[in-house]
Structure formats: C-alpha cells, structure tokens
Design a protein around this ligand. Structure first.
Ligand SMILES: [Zn+2]
Length: 195
C-alpha cells in the first residue's frame, strides 16, 4: 500500500512557522551571542536550532552483482538507487543502513565496513554508505520501492540513477574493485552548477 504523494517536497521545509514550545509565530533573526540566523520565538525565548540530517545506506553485493532499488517515492520517482534513507532517532548509522535495506529491498545482508562519507551541504545532509554482502537472492521490496534487482557491473543504469551520492559511491566501488581494496572515501558534492 502506498501513500498519496504529499503536495509539498519531502522532507518538509526546514523553516518552522510556529514555536513547538508555545505555538507563537517564529521569526528569523540572529540571537545575541550568535552569528547565524535562527528560528527564534520571542514569546517564550526558545531558539530552534537546525542541523544537517544523516542519510544512511548500503552498497549490497551478491556474487559480483549490485543490488539496486527503483524508487516508488519522490523525489526521483522511478529512478534506481542504493538502499538508503534518513537515519532515525535512537539508532546508529549501521542500524539505520540495515533497516533501510530491509525496508526498501527486503534483502538479507551482512553489513561490511563503512565505505563512503559524503557531505552534501546544499541539501543540508551527510550521506553514509556501508559495503554489504547479500546472503540470499530472495528480495522482498517494500512500499518505497517499485522493484529491487541485481545488476552486473556492466548493466548498471547510470543514466537512471537517483542521486549523485549513489552515482559517486558506485563509481568508487567500480574503481576499487579493480584492486580489491576498498578504503573509506570522504568527499563532498558541490552544487550542480559549481561543478
Ligand atoms: Zn515559543
């Protein structure tokens, strides 16, 4: 079962309208002793700090094939992605990556080492991808995926991948697979027109 598409971009805009402590209207200004514009409530004094979100995922491999999911949700509906999603409160990055793989692909995996750490400042996110070994070719994609499938390296649908963090993580994997050494890669994704 899928939910109707929301009429706003997900996740919802970061700027708050009302104070979550007292319900008064929020204004944006630089608080005393600060140097950034914040969401401030002049009624109760609360300052609502905003910080980057973590996206956690895996690069799952089954007998030299890579597991990808075709997105059933916006943004990038119908595009292929590595299993990944927003980290939840109270879980570790590894737990979040395992959970997303279960939710989106229904795949049984053995989590490997952390592989890419990617800063995406314009999206206010940091993405973490772990390597993972898929333990069975049985897949049970959940409602966030139209399908899940294994791809040979030469068949990766590069033109139909969802996000640049997915593209670059796969590019690193293909390059490292030639040497068999898979170090952690830490880099950032610049704005598209700054490339
Ligand atoms: Zn308030």
């Amino acid at each position: 079962m899928t939910s109707p598409a929301p009429n706003f971009y997900f996740p919802a805009p970061r700027v708050q309208k009302f104070c979550s402590q007292c319900g008064a209207l929020i204004i944006q200004r630089i608080p005393p002793d600060d140097n950034r514009v914040r969401d401030v409530c002049d009624n109760c004094g609360a300052v609502h700090y905003q910080n980057p979100r973590n996206v956690v995922g895996v690069l799952p491999v089954w007998q030299d094939k890579i597991l990808l999911c075709r997105r059933a949700i916006e943004p990038r509906y119908d595009k292929w992605t590595l299993p990944a999603g927003f980290m939840e409160l109270g879980e570790t990055t590894a737990q979040g990556a395992m959970r997303e793989t279960q939710e989106e692909a229904g795949a049984q995996i053995e989590l490997g080492p952390l592989y890419t750490v990617i800063d995406v400042p314009h999206a206010e996110q940091v993405h973490f991808f772990y390597l993972a070994k898929v333990l069975s070719d049985e897949l049970y994609p959940g409602p966030e995926s139209l399908e899940a499938a294994f791809f040979d390296i030469e068949d990766i649908p590069w033109a139909d991948l969802s996000f640049r963090t997915v593209v670059t993580t796969l590019e690193h994997y293909l390059a490292d697979a030639k040497t068999g050494v898979f170090p952690v890669h830490h880099y950032d994704i610049p704005l598209p027109d700054a490339r």
